[in-house]
Structure formats: structure tokens, C-alpha cells
Design a protein around this ligand. Structure first.
Ligand code: C5P
Length: 205
């Protein structure tokens, strides 16, 4: 069974994907982490993630980088969003994601283009959304909890910029697959959202 979970940043898709993987006993891949590693590695190599060749050079990252806490930061998210616009970067990460999805027994993958590009054959596709206000509030609590100094306005501006970049790009833009099931988590607790996701997947498989 392949489960594709797509959606914008801070929609809850990562938490939902992890919970689905635990519930159904499947391995999970957070594909955003791969793009974050590319962006961070490109900068470490002295490159600019907006430059296609320099972003591509970032794809040769060491897997140990995936465990680096810095990858979870807003800075790394911004670098990922810039690097992920380049077709060559997406092509370089394609096979790794496809083979993860197609391993025997199945998998859960979360990202932006899992249901549309990486695994269009997925058995269940969820598109997780939430209002900008709900997403910004969650991200703000998360960051303040880590002791980071941010304002809600800064987070709203950052989310809006990232959404525009991810939805407006010509290759693999953020959009629901035509057969995706929509899950709006704006007014749901984490527990409710996970429960609903399990019901949606069970209804599809
Ligand atoms: O999901 P996450 O916030 O970690 O993703 C970081 C960035 O990586 C996104 O803003 C998006 O630009 C990019 N990304 C992508 N395709 C994916 C996963 C992430 O373009 N499948």
C-alpha cells in the first residue's frame, strides 16, 4: 500500500504522515527533508540555491546531514523552497523517492508532489490544508517553544512567500492530485486530524 500525503508547510501533513505510517506499519519518508538537505548543502559548498547548477551541486549531500537539527529550521525551509524550483534538482531526487515508494509492502511519503509526480499510482492520496492563520499560529508556537525570536507577522509573510513559490513554479507545483482526498486541519486537534486521515485511507483501500 502506498499512501501519498501532500500539502503546504505547517498544514500538519508531516505529523499525519508519521501517524499513518505507525498505524499501518509502513516506512515513512519526509521528502521535504531531502530538499532541505539540498539547500543547506548548496550553501555549505559556497553556492546559491537560486542558481540551478549550484543547487544541483547541493544534491550530492551526505545522508548523515538528514539527521541534522538545523534542517528543521525556517532558514533551511526557505533554502529548500528556492532549490526545489530547479528541474535538475527535482530529477536528481526523483529515483530515490520512487524506489522508497515502491518498496515491497508499501510506504507513506509526504511532500508536495507525491500524488502527482512521485507516486501517481498511490492507493490513497491525501491533500492536507489549513488556513494561513492556523498554520502561522502553529508554526509560531513551535518556534517560540524552541526559544526562537519571531513575530506572527514574520511567519505569515514567510508562509505566504513559500506558498506562492511552491504553487507558482512551473515544475511539480503544489496542487492536489485530481483523485486526492482533501483534509482541512484548521479546526482539528492533532488527534482528530490523524483519526480523520486514517478513516479517509481506510475508505480508499
Ligand atoms: O515540507 P517542507 O516544509 O519540509 O519542505 C521544504 C520545501 O521543500 C518546500 O517549501 C518545497 O519548496 C520543497 N519540497 C518540494 N517537493 C517536495 C517536498 C518539499 O518542492 N516533495
Amino acid at each position: 500500500m502506498i499512501i501519498a500525503v501532500d500539502g503546504p508547510t505547517a498544514s500538519g501533513k508531516g505529523t499525519i504522515a508519521k501517524a499513518l505510517a505507525a498505524h499501518f506499519g509502513l516506512p515513512h519518508l519526509d521528502t521535504g527533508l531531502l530538499y532541505r538537505a539540498v539547500g543547506v548543502n548548496a550553501v555549505r559548498l559556497g553556492g546559491d540555491p537560486d542558481n540551478p547548477d549550484e543547487a544541483l551541486a547541493g544534491c550530492a549531500f551526505d545522508d548523515a546531514l538528514l539527521a541534522d537539527a538545523h534542517l528543521r529550521s525556517e532558514t533551511a525551509g526557505g533554502l529548500a523552497s528556492r532549490a526545489s524550483r530547479h528541474p535538475a534538482v527535482r530529477a536528481a531526487l526523483l529515483e530515490r523517492q520512487r524506489s522508497f515508494a515502491r518498496q515491497p509492502g508499501g510506504a507513506v511519503l509526504d511532500g508536495r508532489d507525491i500524488g502527482t509526480v512521485i507516486a501517481p499510482e498511490a492507493d490513497a492520496k491525501l491533500f492536507v490544508t489549513a488556513s494561513v492563520a492556523a498554520r502561522a499560529g502553529r508554526r509560531c508556537n513551535e518556534m517560540l517553544g524552541r526559544g526562537e525570536d519571531v513575530t506572527l507577522e514574520e511567519i505569515v509573510a514567510d508562509l505566504a512567500a513559500r506558498d506562492a513559490r511552491d504553487s507558482g513554479r512551473s515544475i511539480a507545483p503544489l496542487k492536489p492530485a485530481c483523485d486526492a482526498l482533501l483534509l482541512d486541519t484548521s479546526d482539528l486537534t492533532i488527534g482528530q486530524a490523524v483519526q480523520r486521515a486514517i478513516e479517509l485511507v481506510n475508505g480508499r483501500t
